[in-house]
Design a protein around this ligand. Sequence first.
Ligand code: RIB
Length: 297
Amino acid sequence: MTRIVVVGSINMDLVTLAPRFPAPGETLTADHFLTVHGGKGANQAVAAARLGAQVALIGALGDDAFGGQLRLGLTDEGIDLEHVRSIDNCASGTASITVAQGDNHILVVPAANARVTPEQVEHAKSLIERADAVLVQMEIPLETVEATVRLGHQLGVPVILNPAPAQPLSPEWLKLARYVTPNQHELATLLDADSSEDFRALMRRAPCPVVLTRGDEGAWYSEDGEPMHQRGFHVDVVDTTGAGDTFNAALAVFLHEGLAIAVKKACAAAALSVSRLGAQGGMPRLYEVEALLEQQP
Ligand code: RIB
């Protein structure tokens, strides 16, 4: 069984379904409100578990009601939470999400996620050492992201860095990641470059291999220095929240089958995730990915 370690955020997503996005200063009546489990770290952990991997998560929760509910949800998915600490007198992370017209707007309050430390990652060294791949995103402190990338490199375990939400990163440690998985806007931010620059030129400039996501157009990656394109899969879009998380999880789970196959399966899994509501709500099981690959080979 593939072993995946995820270092990242855990949020309660407060989701409002609206007919359209309100303009600044405007009050709009929306259709529906729901709370669903999210956070990029937790989402990637759940997606990897549903795809058949053995998953451990390193993160933090508050001691509020959301913290208890989120812990229970992750336990139900079979995720090892030994390295998820509960912090006293602290709120759990939240994300206020508006879904409208097939797109979303997200406001994240990190709360406990801001207290995921490099020491926690170091403490999980023996777990990371046994992993087939490590996934990390940027909703936790940057020093913890850096410590994860450095430790994975030191132990010879591939680290996939999903640079979301994006900010410029030092090439000195970014080069130690096995893959970085931005969208076009995130890649430009990461390299402190102009976002109008051709993404293939930006990919060549990055200090580590890039797997670039392009929404329904699929993904780009490099093989022997040549840019390669994997087309997207056709589905009816309900909610795009968590599509990137599903993509990253699948990439990590299937990486041992080779990059081209992993990217193809990641595109299929991400497509399925947008066909249902909620970040974790849409994440597919392995048999669903296999069925889509058969339908749209
Ligand atoms: O990637 C989607 C996630 O981003 C949501 O679940 C939300 O929690 C935000 O962190």
